[in-house]
Design a protein around this ligand. Structure first.
Ligand SMILES: Cc1cc2nc3c(=O)[nH]c(=O)nc-3n(C[C@H](O)[C@H](O)[C@H](O)COP(=O)(O)OP(=O)(O)OC[C@H]3O[C@@H](n4cnc5c(N)ncnc54)[C@H](O)[C@@H]3O)c2cc1C
Length: 249
Protein backbone atom coordinates (compact mmCIF):
# COMPACT_ATOMS: atom_id res chain seq x y z
CA UNK A 1 0.00 0.00 0.00
CA UNK A 2 0.97 3.62 -0.41
CA UNK A 3 0.73 5.13 3.10
CA UNK A 4 0.52 8.68 1.81
CA UNK A 5 -2.51 7.86 -0.32
CA UNK A 6 -3.97 5.93 2.59
CA UNK A 7 -3.47 8.95 4.84
CA UNK A 8 -5.19 11.20 2.27
CA UNK A 9 -8.07 8.70 2.03
CA UNK A 10 -8.45 8.61 5.80
CA UNK A 11 -8.64 12.41 5.85
CA UNK A 12 -11.40 12.38 3.21
CA UNK A 13 -13.30 9.72 5.18
CA UNK A 14 -12.90 11.64 8.45
CA UNK A 15 -14.20 14.86 6.88
CA UNK A 16 -17.10 13.00 5.29
CA UNK A 17 -17.97 11.69 8.77
CA UNK A 18 -18.09 15.25 10.10
CA UNK A 19 -14.63 15.67 11.62
CA UNK A 20 -12.78 18.97 11.37
CA UNK A 21 -9.06 18.65 10.61
CA UNK A 22 -6.69 21.43 11.69
CA UNK A 23 -3.04 21.12 10.76
CA UNK A 24 -0.28 23.42 12.07
CA UNK A 25 -2.04 23.86 15.38
CA UNK A 26 0.12 22.15 18.00
CA UNK A 27 -1.40 21.74 21.42
CA UNK A 28 0.96 23.47 23.83
CA UNK A 29 -0.98 22.91 27.05
CA UNK A 30 -3.55 20.37 28.15
CA UNK A 31 -5.25 21.06 31.46
CA UNK A 32 -8.31 19.64 33.20
CA UNK A 33 -10.76 22.18 34.54
CA UNK A 34 -14.38 21.84 35.60
CA UNK A 35 -14.79 18.36 34.14
CA UNK A 36 -13.43 19.36 30.76
CA UNK A 37 -10.03 19.45 29.09
CA UNK A 38 -8.68 22.80 27.98
CA UNK A 39 -6.35 22.66 25.00
CA UNK A 40 -4.18 25.62 24.14
CA UNK A 41 -2.67 26.19 20.69
CA UNK A 42 -0.61 29.18 19.50
CA UNK A 43 -3.71 30.76 17.97
CA UNK A 44 -6.59 29.63 20.14
CA UNK A 45 -8.06 27.48 22.87
CA UNK A 46 -10.66 24.77 22.76
CA UNK A 47 -12.36 22.72 25.44
CA UNK A 48 -13.43 19.11 25.16
CA UNK A 49 -15.00 16.52 27.39
CA UNK A 50 -12.85 13.83 25.82
CA UNK A 51 -9.40 13.96 24.27
CA UNK A 52 -7.39 11.27 22.48
CA UNK A 53 -3.58 11.43 22.55
CA UNK A 54 -2.37 10.12 19.18
CA UNK A 55 1.03 11.77 19.03
CA UNK A 56 3.06 8.51 18.96
CA UNK A 57 6.80 9.19 18.50
CA UNK A 58 6.17 12.94 18.42
CA UNK A 59 4.69 13.01 21.93
CA UNK A 60 5.84 15.48 24.59
CA UNK A 61 6.83 14.66 28.16
CA UNK A 62 4.29 17.11 29.57
CA UNK A 63 1.29 16.62 27.29
CA UNK A 64 0.12 15.35 29.70
CA UNK A 65 2.67 14.97 32.55
CA UNK A 66 1.57 11.32 32.86
CA UNK A 67 3.35 10.56 29.57
CA UNK A 68 6.77 11.53 30.94
CA UNK A 69 9.19 8.62 30.53
CA UNK A 70 6.53 6.24 29.19
CA UNK A 71 7.42 6.29 25.49
CA UNK A 72 10.69 6.20 23.58
CA UNK A 73 10.98 7.87 20.18
CA UNK A 74 13.39 6.22 17.73
CA UNK A 75 14.26 7.28 14.24
CA UNK A 76 13.58 5.16 11.17
CA UNK A 77 14.78 5.99 7.67
CA UNK A 78 14.00 5.00 4.10
CA UNK A 79 15.76 5.49 0.76
CA UNK A 80 14.33 4.71 -2.68
CA UNK A 81 16.28 4.24 -5.93
CA UNK A 82 15.32 5.25 -9.44
CA UNK A 83 13.56 2.45 -11.39
CA UNK A 84 16.01 -0.41 -11.94
CA UNK A 85 16.41 -2.10 -15.30
CA UNK A 86 15.92 -5.86 -15.67
CA UNK A 87 19.69 -6.12 -16.21
CA UNK A 88 20.42 -4.31 -12.96
CA UNK A 89 18.01 -6.54 -11.06
CA UNK A 90 19.61 -9.63 -12.54
CA UNK A 91 23.11 -8.32 -11.76
CA UNK A 92 22.22 -8.13 -8.06
CA UNK A 93 20.27 -11.40 -8.19
CA UNK A 94 17.24 -9.76 -6.54
CA UNK A 95 14.25 -10.23 -8.80
CA UNK A 96 11.50 -10.77 -6.24
CA UNK A 97 8.80 -8.16 -5.56
CA UNK A 98 8.30 -9.52 -2.05
CA UNK A 99 8.73 -7.37 0.99
CA UNK A 100 11.58 -8.65 3.16
CA UNK A 101 13.47 -7.84 6.32
CA UNK A 102 16.55 -9.40 7.89
CA UNK A 103 17.08 -10.86 11.33
CA UNK A 104 19.30 -8.10 12.71
CA UNK A 105 18.32 -6.43 15.98
CA UNK A 106 18.41 -3.14 14.10
CA UNK A 107 16.76 -4.66 11.12
CA UNK A 108 16.86 -3.63 7.48
CA UNK A 109 13.57 -3.75 5.59
CA UNK A 110 13.31 -3.62 1.82
CA UNK A 111 11.22 -4.35 -1.23
CA UNK A 112 10.93 -3.69 -4.93
CA UNK A 113 8.19 -1.13 -5.57
CA UNK A 114 5.71 -1.74 -8.41
CA UNK A 115 7.49 0.62 -10.82
CA UNK A 116 10.83 -1.11 -10.25
CA UNK A 117 12.30 1.29 -7.71
CA UNK A 118 13.95 -0.37 -4.71
CA UNK A 119 12.98 0.78 -1.22
CA UNK A 120 15.44 0.18 1.62
CA UNK A 121 14.88 1.12 5.25
CA UNK A 122 16.60 0.84 8.60
CA UNK A 123 16.57 2.12 12.17
CA UNK A 124 19.37 3.75 14.03
CA UNK A 125 19.00 7.46 14.74
CA UNK A 126 18.21 8.81 18.16
CA UNK A 127 16.84 12.24 17.42
CA UNK A 128 15.37 14.14 14.51
CA UNK A 129 18.11 16.79 14.66
CA UNK A 130 19.84 17.89 11.46
CA UNK A 131 23.12 16.25 12.58
CA UNK A 132 21.54 12.91 13.50
CA UNK A 133 19.53 12.87 10.29
CA UNK A 134 22.64 13.57 8.18
CA UNK A 135 24.51 10.79 9.99
CA UNK A 136 21.68 8.30 9.47
CA UNK A 137 21.45 9.37 5.83
CA UNK A 138 25.13 8.45 5.38
CA UNK A 139 24.81 5.19 7.27
CA UNK A 140 21.72 3.97 5.42
CA UNK A 141 23.62 4.39 2.13
CA UNK A 142 26.60 2.44 3.52
CA UNK A 143 24.33 -0.39 4.65
CA UNK A 144 22.43 -0.40 1.35
CA UNK A 145 25.63 -0.56 -0.68
CA UNK A 146 27.01 -3.34 1.53
CA UNK A 147 23.89 -5.48 1.08
CA UNK A 148 23.26 -4.64 -2.56
CA UNK A 149 26.71 -3.87 -4.00
CA UNK A 150 25.59 -4.16 -7.64
CA UNK A 151 23.44 -1.06 -7.09
CA UNK A 152 26.21 1.07 -5.58
CA UNK A 153 26.05 3.56 -8.45
CA UNK A 154 22.27 3.62 -8.86
CA UNK A 155 20.85 7.05 -8.00
CA UNK A 156 18.80 7.38 -4.84
CA UNK A 157 15.93 9.68 -5.74
CA UNK A 158 13.85 9.74 -2.56
CA UNK A 159 14.62 9.67 1.12
CA UNK A 160 12.58 10.23 4.27
CA UNK A 161 12.71 9.55 7.95
CA UNK A 162 10.60 9.98 11.03
CA UNK A 163 10.13 8.99 14.64
CA UNK A 164 8.53 5.71 15.58
CA UNK A 165 7.44 5.06 19.14
CA UNK A 166 8.66 2.28 21.43
CA UNK A 167 7.08 1.29 24.73
CA UNK A 168 8.79 -0.48 27.62
CA UNK A 169 6.49 -3.51 27.28
CA UNK A 170 7.02 -3.57 23.50
CA UNK A 171 3.23 -3.31 23.25
CA UNK A 172 1.06 -0.47 21.99
CA UNK A 173 -1.20 1.32 24.45
CA UNK A 174 -4.86 1.77 23.51
CA UNK A 175 -6.98 2.90 26.39
CA UNK A 176 -7.94 5.37 29.09
CA UNK A 177 -5.20 7.40 30.76
CA UNK A 178 -5.31 6.56 34.50
CA UNK A 179 -6.69 9.19 36.87
CA UNK A 180 -7.49 11.53 34.00
CA UNK A 181 -11.21 11.19 33.24
CA UNK A 182 -11.94 11.86 29.59
CA UNK A 183 -8.35 11.38 28.45
CA UNK A 184 -7.49 8.45 26.17
CA UNK A 185 -4.42 7.41 24.18
CA UNK A 186 -3.57 5.22 21.20
CA UNK A 187 0.17 5.04 20.61
CA UNK A 188 3.36 2.99 20.79
CA UNK A 189 3.22 1.21 17.45
CA UNK A 190 6.92 0.25 17.19
CA UNK A 191 7.34 0.99 13.53
CA UNK A 192 4.22 -0.94 12.54
CA UNK A 193 1.54 1.66 12.97
CA UNK A 194 -0.02 1.97 9.53
CA UNK A 195 -2.51 -0.87 10.02
CA UNK A 196 -2.31 -0.99 13.82
CA UNK A 197 -2.84 2.77 14.18
CA UNK A 198 -6.09 2.58 12.26
CA UNK A 199 -7.23 -0.43 14.24
CA UNK A 200 -6.27 1.28 17.51
CA UNK A 201 -8.10 4.42 16.36
CA UNK A 202 -11.32 2.47 15.88
CA UNK A 203 -10.87 0.83 19.31
CA UNK A 204 -10.18 4.06 21.16
CA UNK A 205 -13.11 5.75 19.40
CA UNK A 206 -15.39 3.02 20.77
CA UNK A 207 -13.94 3.59 24.27
CA UNK A 208 -14.59 7.32 23.95
CA UNK A 209 -18.22 6.56 23.09
CA UNK A 210 -18.42 4.28 26.14
CA UNK A 211 -18.78 1.16 23.98
CA UNK A 212 -16.72 -2.03 24.27
CA UNK A 213 -14.03 -2.01 21.56
CA UNK A 214 -14.09 -4.89 19.10
CA UNK A 215 -10.91 -6.95 18.71
CA UNK A 216 -8.89 -5.01 21.27
CA UNK A 217 -7.17 -7.46 23.66
CA UNK A 218 -7.21 -6.22 27.24
CA UNK A 219 -3.42 -6.24 27.50
CA UNK A 220 -3.33 -3.32 25.06
CA UNK A 221 -5.18 -1.21 27.61
CA UNK A 222 -2.66 -1.83 30.40
CA UNK A 223 -1.11 1.57 31.16
CA UNK A 224 2.49 1.62 29.92
CA UNK A 225 5.31 1.56 32.47
CA UNK A 226 8.11 4.11 32.67
CA UNK A 227 11.52 3.53 31.09
CA UNK A 228 14.53 3.72 33.41
CA UNK A 229 16.31 7.10 33.57
CA UNK A 230 13.15 9.12 32.99
CA UNK A 231 13.72 12.01 30.65
CA UNK A 232 17.32 10.88 30.05
CA UNK A 233 16.10 7.51 28.76
CA UNK A 234 17.13 8.23 25.21
CA UNK A 235 20.75 8.06 26.31
CA UNK A 236 20.11 4.32 26.89
CA UNK A 237 19.55 3.88 23.19
CA UNK A 238 23.05 4.91 22.18
CA UNK A 239 24.88 2.03 23.97
CA UNK A 240 21.99 -0.27 23.01
CA UNK A 241 22.51 0.65 19.36
CA UNK A 242 26.28 0.16 19.62
CA UNK A 243 25.71 -3.29 21.18
CA UNK A 244 23.10 -4.14 18.54
CA UNK A 245 25.46 -3.10 15.75
CA UNK A 246 28.17 -5.37 17.24
CA UNK A 247 25.77 -8.31 17.60
CA UNK A 248 24.38 -7.74 14.11
CA UNK A 249 27.75 -7.98 12.37
C1 LIG B 1 10.82 5.71 7.79
C2 LIG B 1 9.61 5.05 8.40
C3 LIG B 1 9.12 3.88 7.84
C4 LIG B 1 8.00 3.26 8.37
N1 LIG B 1 7.53 2.13 7.77
C5 LIG B 1 6.41 1.56 8.24
C6 LIG B 1 5.85 0.40 7.60
O1 LIG B 1 6.39 -0.11 6.61
N2 LIG B 1 4.71 -0.13 8.11
C7 LIG B 1 4.10 0.39 9.20
O2 LIG B 1 3.05 -0.13 9.62
N3 LIG B 1 4.58 1.49 9.83
C8 LIG B 1 5.72 2.07 9.38
N4 LIG B 1 6.24 3.17 10.02
C9 LIG B 1 5.61 3.61 11.27
C10 LIG B 1 4.37 4.41 11.01
O3 LIG B 1 4.70 5.52 10.18
C11 LIG B 1 3.83 4.92 12.36
O4 LIG B 1 3.63 3.82 13.22
C12 LIG B 1 2.52 5.66 12.16
O5 LIG B 1 2.72 6.79 11.36
C13 LIG B 1 1.96 6.08 13.50
O6 LIG B 1 0.80 6.82 13.23
P1 LIG B 1 0.24 7.82 14.31
O7 LIG B 1 -0.90 8.54 13.67
O8 LIG B 1 -0.01 7.10 15.59
O9 LIG B 1 1.44 8.81 14.61
P2 LIG B 1 2.22 9.80 13.64
O10 LIG B 1 1.97 9.44 12.21
O11 LIG B 1 3.63 9.87 14.14
O12 LIG B 1 1.47 11.17 13.91
C14 LIG B 1 1.59 11.83 15.16
C15 LIG B 1 1.12 13.23 14.90
O13 LIG B 1 1.00 13.92 16.14
C16 LIG B 1 1.31 15.26 15.87
N5 LIG B 1 1.59 15.96 17.13
C17 LIG B 1 2.63 15.75 17.99
N6 LIG B 1 2.52 16.58 19.05
C18 LIG B 1 1.41 17.32 18.86
C19 LIG B 1 0.78 18.36 19.60
N7 LIG B 1 1.28 18.79 20.77
N8 LIG B 1 -0.34 18.93 19.11
C20 LIG B 1 -0.88 18.49 17.94
N9 LIG B 1 -0.33 17.50 17.18
C21 LIG B 1 0.79 16.93 17.64
C22 LIG B 1 2.52 15.17 14.96
O14 LIG B 1 2.71 16.40 14.28
C23 LIG B 1 2.10 14.04 14.05
O15 LIG B 1 1.41 14.53 12.92
C24 LIG B 1 7.36 3.82 9.50
C25 LIG B 1 7.85 5.00 10.06
C26 LIG B 1 8.96 5.61 9.51
C27 LIG B 1 9.47 6.88 10.15
Amino acid sequence: MNPRKYHAGLAVAARAAGAGLHSDSPVTALTPQGGRWHLTTPTGRITARRVILATNGYSSEDLPDWLAGRYLPAQSSVIVTRPLTDGERAAQGWTSDRMAYDSRVLLHYFRMLPEGRFLFGMRGGLRATRRERASLSRRIRQHFHRLFPAWRDVEITHEWDGLVCLMRSLTPFVGAVPEAPGLFAAMGFHGNGVAMGTHAGASVAAMVRGEPPADCPTFLSQPPGRFPLGRFRRSLLRPAYVAAEALDL
